[in-house]
Write a protein that binds this ligand. Structure first.
Ligand SMILES: Cc1ncc(COP(=O)(O)O)c(C=O)c1O
Length: 461
């Protein structure tokens, strides 16, 4: 489903005109289409149906509780990378057994909470969300383990709390995903996973540990991965490891291929999802028929094109070198352009011309080259640079597309701007699913001062 379309010159989210949302919720605001999220989830599920792959939604991509809940209702498990995300997934309605806990720096506190709900990190939120007693919730379904040191921690805490959690070893396959260096995660110089040539010995060593049960492998090579082949290379590394363990009499039950499945940011810039499935399914079909369970951890491929950032132009400044269109959204609302030089198509919400192709250089007349920037005191604060846009004026609304993943989740209140509101549209209904962050929320943690050191005189006494 196309979540965002122009009707009679006005951009709509499903059946709701975006100017109405801007009027009611203010700007900048993230707007999501529930229909598009459902369609994105089903598309991936269908593509990998021959493997009966289970999808665990990558909460980090867009963590709003209501979005997580929508995905839970569709049947997704959750993929979390911190104790905070784990609590969020659980509050959104996920069973602990359906949560995969990844993350390279898990603390003892987070591991305890994943093993036993009595150590829940968000017990105070339970009443607000009407969740069940966390003490009853049990142990997380699966850990993705990144190092031997982490194996030791989980095992120690597992024994201490009388539980033996299931876990996959995250393998670093040393594969180049051809994505930005900051989101490349499967090369040997990256901090993630365990070198492939050490995995078999490690797996064997820990295979009958009383505090942790190893059940398989996890891999995540980067995000987004714009080519099919790196996945095939990674799968081949993993199937070789599975075979090496089989020779030693150890059977691998679970293979988690992670996320990184692409989303189209610019028309035709990546192969369709189905092309990824077509290449990967034949590599694993026989194994899944023999009982191997395949998991995926998608975020971006479902959410990116299911959300836009709605921003209002505050000023237009025509300088000698450049025209600056200054919006209320910027790097504090959507950091991807500043951080990765990522491309996001942006266009006026009110537009009576032909539907523009979502590309860097739309071939239309009377466009003006401008920098789309935010209010933040950084030259790196931009949403787009040297971008042809229809002439814009103060007060106009602009939609920044493909912003549904890693938009809100990476937003900050830098320069003391509150984080944006979030609105979920389903058909003709629009709901605020997160209020704009008030300044009081940002100041709250600073309003009480606690003395950590005693005065000298007191110390001597
Ligand atoms: C371990 C892991 N799994 C899944 C994902 C989700 O990736 P994507 O949103 O590209 O599908 C990420 C993102 O970085 C990740 O680090």
């Amino acid at each position: 489903m196309q979540g965002f379309t122009w009707r009679e010159g006005v951009l709509h989210a499903e059946s709701v005109p975006l100017p109405e949302i801007a009027e009611a919720a203010g700007t900048p605001t993230y707007v999501y289409s529930a229909g598009s999220i459902r369609a994105g989830y089903r598309r991936l599920e269908e593509a990998f149906a021959p493997l009966d792959a289970r999808l665990h939604y990558a909460v980090k991509s867009s963590p709003n509780l209501h979005l997580c809940r929508l995905l839970c209702e569709l049947g997704a498990g959750m993929d979390v990378v911190s104790g905070g995300e784990m609590e969020r997934a659980w509050l959104a309605g996920a069973q602990m057994a359906d949560i995969v806990f990844a993350g390279v720096g898990k603390t003892d506190e987070e591991i305890r909470a994943a093993l036993d709900g009595r150590f829940s990190l968000a017990a105070d939120a339970v009443e607000v969300f009407g969740a069940a007693d966390p003490a009853e919730r049990g142990t997380v379904g699966l850990f993705n383990v990144e190092s031997e040191s982490e194996l030791e921690s989980i095992s120690r805490l597992g024994r201490e709390l009388g539980t033996r959690p299931r876990a996959c070893l995250r393998v670093n396959p040393d594969v180049d995903p051809h994505t930005h260096e900051y989101t490349t995660t499967g090369k040997e110089e990256n901090k993630f996973g365990i070198d492939a040539d050490r995995v078999v010995a490690l797996y064997e060593k820990w295979s009958s540990d009383p505090g942790i049960e190893l059940v398989g492998f996890h891999v995540h090579i980067g995000s987004p991965v714009p080519l099919v082949e790196p996945y095939a290379e990674a799968v081949e590394v993993l199937t070789t490891l599975i075979d090496d363990l089989a020779v030693k009499g150890i059977r691998v039950e679970v293979l988690n291929l992670g996320g990184g499945w692409p989303a189209e940011y610019s028309e035709g810039d990546v192969p369709p999802l189905e092309a990824y499935a077509e290449r990967i399914v034949p590599l694993l079909e026989d194994r899944t028929a023999a009982g191997l369970r395949v998991l995926l951890e998608p975020g971006r491929s479902i959410l990116a094109n299911s959300g836009v950032l709605l921003t209002r132009i505050q000023h237009v400044k025509r300088g000698r070198a450049k025209t600056f269109v200054i919006c209320d959204g910027g790097m504090h609302t959507l950091i991807r352009p500043a951080l990765y030089r990522a491309f996001h198509f942006a266009w006026p919400v009110v537009w009576h011309g032909a539907e523009p192709a979502k590309v860097e250089r739309p071939q239309l007349e009377d466009l003006e080259i401008c920098d789309l920037v935010g209010p933040i005191c950084e030259t790196g604060d931009f949403l787009a640079r040297d971008r042809p846009l229809p002439p814009m004026a103060r007060g106009d609304l602009l939609s920044v597309f493909s912003a549904g993943a890693y938009g809100m989740s990476m937003a900050s209140n830098y320069n003391d701007h509150g984080r944006p509101a979030e609105v979920l549209v389903d058909g003709a209904e629009a709901r605020v699913i997160r209020e704009r962050e008030p300044l009081s929320a940002a100041l709250a943690a600073e309003t009480r001062v606690r003395k950590l050191t005693r005065s000298r005189r007191l110390a001597r006494a």
